[in-house]
Design a protein around this ligand. Structure first.
Ligand SMILES: Cc1ncc(C[n+]2csc(CCOP(=O)(O)OP(=O)(O)O)c2C)c(N)n1
Length: 534
């Protein structure tokens, strides 16, 4: 049997690593690889923009506990990956991006579409390399492995159309893509003893859970926190790791709605345990000013290990501590904060023209089951959902909060629906963000990935408009005319309606869930209402 070409070898390695879908947008230089993927049984999810393809792939991958893979052409297609790679880097989502590139021996005068891709993406990737016939067996498995090393993140590879046709030597080995933790620092028993000692002395302790926790440790974590009745706060990206309806849940930290209240609460604590807590999600500086007892199992994003951090295996830690008796009783030291947080959501009402954001959350939670995966875009609506969506289950809430990049919500919903076809998916997006990539509704329809999109319409980049006002700046160039989301959805073949009536929102979403169809609901909101929540 003749040896396979490099493109075929890439496809085989990916297939053996369990990759069944690659997201992307083609160009002439990747057609051979696309064809080899097809032959290897890997579906190519054709999208409308490479950035969206990268976001969808990363969410798909993380939910499947493997790297998501995005494939683009060279030059412009590759250049469109910056946002997705940066998001993967700062939001710890495993993403392998592969782009075409000009062959090395192309004459120097051939500058058409020549961009120094490997150099350009070096600062935002954990590993990058050119793929050749000689190195494919080494660099592709390595790239897959790097994506899954905690903190998860991106790897970037290029393959020229010429190299794709070169024949490879050697046997295709199974790439090892299981996730890996960093080696332990402190002994687990010692870490547990130290934390118990801290807690013995604490009157107002709080556990801050963040991006560095593995979702598979959710039940261990809940067992410990609930049995000991320990107050807990989470960052948006791990919403659902604890049940947010539980009595010991204090709130969401990391720049969401009610953030001043949350920071006041954190300042009033006498012990803050940073359990997998990663400040990449925090846009303020309290994490550097207040003492934190860090219990991490891997470095934080960008390989940062905070001073004095314990590096310890979380599962082992939780198994040991979960069996001990609590060293003290704390009651509900943050009750006042919990009460104030709760009240905020009821501090307004819908009118005939606009829906009060609190009603929006209330109606959607009343009809969407707990296993619903929620994705948000970036803006005021993200603050709303980040703080007030009552997540109950791990891995059911997705937002860009390290990069905080607009245009995340819709493609993230596509990735989530592909990974979990049997659970409802809700994308909550602003009208600004929606206009960045609403064309992907057609993608979702075409590939059979129906989800609910709620577009919060305020005809403005409201978060930025509020910021202008807070800075006493003139309101300048932050408003826009409406692009009718209902018509956009229709144009993509998706059912849609506009309503400011809470009951109509609930009824339409509930109907779409029953029929398992995609739905876009445009909900007019008043940007001023957000003031009462921030
Ligand atoms: C790609 C990108 N561009 C710009 C920003 C800055 N930004 C943050 S929020 C925001 C406004 C978003 O507006 P919209 O999508 O309508 O949501 P809203 O704030 O109205 O809820 C902007 C422009 C960003 N975070 N990401």
């Amino acid at each position: 049997m003749s040896s396979p070409n490099t493109a075929a070898t890439v496809a085989q390695i990916l297939a053996r690593a369990g990759i069944d879908r690659v997201f992307g947008l083609p160009g002439g230089e990747i057609l051979v690889l696309m064809d080899e993927l097809r032959r290897a049984g890997i579906d190519f999810v054709l999208m409308r923009h490479e950035s969206n393809a990268g976001i969808a792939a990363a969410v798909y991958g993380k939910l499947r506990r493997q790297p998501g893979v995005v494939l683009t052409t060279l030059g412009p297609g590759a250049a469109n990956l910056m946002l997705a790679l940066s998001n993967s880097y700062l939001d710890a989502e495993p993403l392998l991006a592969i782009s075409a590139q000009l062959p090395d021996d192309w004459p120097a005068s051939h500058t058409h579409q020549r961009v120094p891709l490997l150099e350009a993406y070096a600062p935002v990737t954990k590993f990058r390399s050119k793929i050749t016939a000689e190195n494919v067996h080494e660099v592709l498995p390595r790239a897959l492995t790097e994506c899954m090393k905690r903190p998860y993140g991106p790897a970037y590879l290029t393959l020229s159309a010429r190299e794709a046709l070169e024949f490879t030597q050697g046997e295709t080995v199974q790439a090892q893509v299981a996730h890996s933790n960093t080696a332990k620092g402190t002994s687990t028993r010692q870490s547990v003893a130290d934390v118990i000692e801290d807690l013995r002395k604490a009157v107002r302790p709080i556990v801050l859970v963040g991006l560095g926790i593995d979702a598979r440790n959710a039940s261990r974590l809940r067992n410990w926190l609930d049995r000991w009745n320990l107050p807990v706060a989470v960052t948006p990206k791990v919403k659902g790791i604890v049940d947010e309806r539980a009595a010991n849940f204090v709130g969401v930290i990391g720049g969401m709605a009610a953030d001043d209240l949350m920071v006041e609460g954190l300042r009033s604590a006498d012990l803050r345990i940073g359990f997998g807590f990663d400040p990449v999600e925090v846009d303020k500086t309290w994490h550097a000013e207040l003492p934190i007892r860090w219990v991490l199992e891997s470095p934080n994003v960008d390989n940062i290990i905070p001073e004095g951090a314990m590096l310890t295996d979380h599962a082992e830690f939780l198994d040991i501590i979960g069996e001990q008796m609590p060293p003290a009783k704390w009651g509900k030291p943050f009750a006042q904060f919990q009460q104030r947080r709760e009240t905020m959501l009821h501090d307004g009402e819908s009118t005939a023209e606009t829906m009060w954001p609190g009603d929006l959350i209330k109606e959607l939670t009343s009809v969407m089951p707990p296993e619903t995966i929620v994705t948000t875009d970036v803006g005021s609506h993200k603050y709303l959902f980040g703080q007030f969506w009552p997540s109950q289950l791990p891995e059911t809430f997705w937002m860009s909060n390290g990069l905080s990049g607009m245009s995340y919500g819709l493609p993230a919903a596509i990735g989530a629906k592909c990974a979990r076809p049997n659970v409802p998916v809700l994308a909550a997006v602003g009208d600004g963000g929606f206009s960045m990539n609403s064309q992907e509704l057609e993608t979702a329809k075409r590939i059979g990935a129906p989800f609910i999109t709620v577009v919060l319409e305020d005809r403005s980049y409201s978060l930025i408009k509020l910021s202008q006002e807070n800075k006493n700046l003139e309101r300048y160039r932050t408003d826009f005319e409406r692009i009718d989301a209902v018509k956009v959805a229709e144009a993509c073949g998706v059912e849609s309606l506009r309503t400011a009536r809470p009951e109509e929102l609930a009824a339409s979403v509930s109907g779409a869930l029953e029929r398992n169809t995609a739905l876009v609901v445009a909900v007019p909101v008043n940007y001023n209402d957000y003031r009462r929540l921030f």
